[in-house]
Design a protein around this ligand. Structure first.
Ligand code: FES
Length: 58
């Protein structure tokens, strides 16, 4: 797993940034990740990957 991998191309958000936001904020949903990082708030195409990251960290 590469923390520098861009997960959300619309908003240029990396896997590492999403993981940090989830850990720091105790985030549970794709919507919360969107509010915290903007990831997933463009085309929505990355939301399944965000969901996977949430599940990995839960
Ligand atoms: S790639 Fe994340 S919203 Fe489009």
């Amino acid at each position: 797993m590469d923390a520098n991998e861009t997960v959300c191309h619309c908003m240029s958000v990396t896997r590492g940034e999403i993981m940090e936001a989830i850990k720091a904020g105790g985030l549970k949903t794709v919507e919360e990740v969107g509010e915290a990082t903007a990831a997933g708030t463009g085309c929505g195409g990355c939301q399944s990957v965000i969901q996977e990251i949430l599940e990995e960290l839960s």
